[in-house]
Design a protein around this ligand. Structure first.
Ligand SMILES: NC(=O)N[C@@H](CC(=O)O)C(=O)O
Length: 449
């Protein structure tokens, strides 16, 4: 069995930063502490570098199958690993939408053939498959991506119907993960701005169309439903300061029934950036005001927001560079998420310990991933070694996404991922990939609520 000893790393884990050695044996962490180097060990000198558990991204769109002109599991998982992400959960709005167990299983089979990182998948729910989902033994889903469900206004995934919602919340033992925007309000706003501007609605109207009110009312309604039925609710990618007041920080994550996350771009951009970046930063829900951005960061720091995701949503440049209504919503982010959070660390906004809690520990805890998310003996050796002082600029020649662009092009970043281990395998080291060993399906610890 291959053994690797990482020596003298500043290990960021479990709320501490300590200089330690980590021994990897096969897929797992065999020891953490002061470990002498002996013959037969491959030694990595990590002096001056930081080591953390791999990032777990709870929300990505890798577009596979069916939309692979935008990205696929092989390309996007490589970009993820290069950025320090070792596990991800992918959304069901691929083609066909993942609305049944056989389709979910097909996606797992696909990822087993081509994913460099560990993988899990959400099952989609809408009015049509609701009865089937409610009859499904959700514990059988848990060997994969926990029992997450997803519903949004996209394609045929819309479950924004009072009867469907009532039935879903009453009967679903799984985590109900929601893209929370009130579609009716969005449509009314669209009509209002269309009446004013015709087809040339400026991108600056996006956060007024996909408004604070549309987000707040949808989230408030979902929380009321969850409370009424004692359901488990997770609000995906929160975007407004107002909504943060709806979440609690006085109970531990393991006891929370109502949780939320924030996506990196909503912490990084604000509505002033539309003038510079136009529809390249058109996301749903929309990038909102500086006050919202700051409110989200504050809620992340004080634990009303539980973890960080990317909602990595690649589209081609051609699909993005269209007038407001035609431009597709979403943008790629998975290669840059850790680096962006490390920029906030440099600015003194967040500690390294908190970044690790929100990007590695909490997603693992929340989705009950077995033996992942921490640097601990017996856990999978999913780890990232990074340098806090290695500046670089995001540009076309270092972007790994299949779509070949990023809203961060031209941005100077100061930290860099040096090495990424996935299940003990050095999948990425200083720009070079080794895909001789692929990622594993994420296994969930226990099925019960
Ligand atoms: N977040 C986005 O703006 N886009 C997502 C879909 C979605 O969640 O709306 C996508 O798949 O492109």
């Amino acid at each position: 069995m291959k053994k690797t000893l990482i020596k003298n790393a500043m290990v960021v884990n479990d709320g501490h930063i300590q200089q330690l050695d980590v021994l990897i044996e096969g897929q797992f962490i065999a020891a953490v502490g002061t470990i002498p180097s002996i013959d037969g060990l491959e030694v990595v000198d990590a002096t001056g570098l930081y080591l953390m558990p791999g990032v777990i991204d709870g929300q990505v769109h890798f577009r596979d199958p069916g939309l692979t002109h935008k990205g696929d599991i092989a390309t996007e998982s490589r970009a993820a690993v290069a950025g320090g992400t070792t596990s991800y959960i992918d959304m069901p709005n691929t083609r066909p939408n993942v609305l049944s167990m056989p389709l979910l299983e097909e996606k797992y089979a696909l990822a087993a053939q081509k994913s460099l990182a560990n993988f899990g998948f959400f099952l989609g729910v809408n009015g049509d498959n609701l009865d089937e989902v409610l009859q499904t033994d959700t514990s059988s889903l848990l060997a994969v991506s926990d029992d997450g469900l997803y519903f949004t206004k996209k394609g045929n995934l819309l479950a924004d119907n009072p009867e469907t919602l009532e039935k879903l919340f009453a009967g679903c033992p799984a985590i109900i993960a929601i893209h929370s925007e009130k579609e009716q309000l969005v449509e009314e706003n669209e009509e209002r701005y269309r009446a004013q501007y015709g087809d040339n609605v400026p991108i600056e109207c996006h956060p007024l169309i996909r408004s604070e009110q549309a987000c707040f009312e949808a989230t408030e309604r979902a929380i009321a439903l969850a409370n009424r039925h004692s359901a488990r609710l997770h609000i995906l990618h929160l975007t407004t300061a107002a909504e943060t007041a709806l979440f609690r920080n006085d109970i531990p994550l393991t006891k929370k029934r109502i949780t939320t996350e924030v996506s990196v771009h909503h912490l990084w951009f604000n509505d002033q950036d539309y003038a510079r970046l136009g529809t390249r930063i058109k996301w749903n829900p929309a990038i909102k005001t500086e006050q919202d951005r700051q409110g989200l960061m504050q809620a992340l720091l004080d634990d009303r927001i539980d973890f960080i995701t990317t909602d990595h949503a690649p589209h081609t440049e051609e699909e993005k560079d269209q007038p407001y209504f035609q431009s597709m919503s979403g943008a790629p982010m998975v290669q840059h998420s850790l680096n962006i959070m490390l920029e906030f660390y440099r600015q003194g906004v967040i500690s390294l310990e908190k970044i690790v809690e929100k990007m590695s520990h909490n997603p693992a805890t929340f989705y009950r991933m077995s033996k992942r998310g921490f640097i601990r003996e017996g856990y999978y050796a999913d780890m990232v070694l990074f340098d806090l002082n290695q500046p670089w600029t995001v540009s076309k020649d270092n972007i790994l996404y299949k779509c070949g662009w990023s809203p961060l092009e031209g941005t100077e970043l100061h930290s860099q991922v040096v090495s990424t281990w996935v299940n003990g395998h050095l999948a990425y080291h200083q720009g070079v990939f080794d895909d001789t060993q692929l990622g594993l399906p994420l296994v969930v610890e226990q099925a019960a609520r």
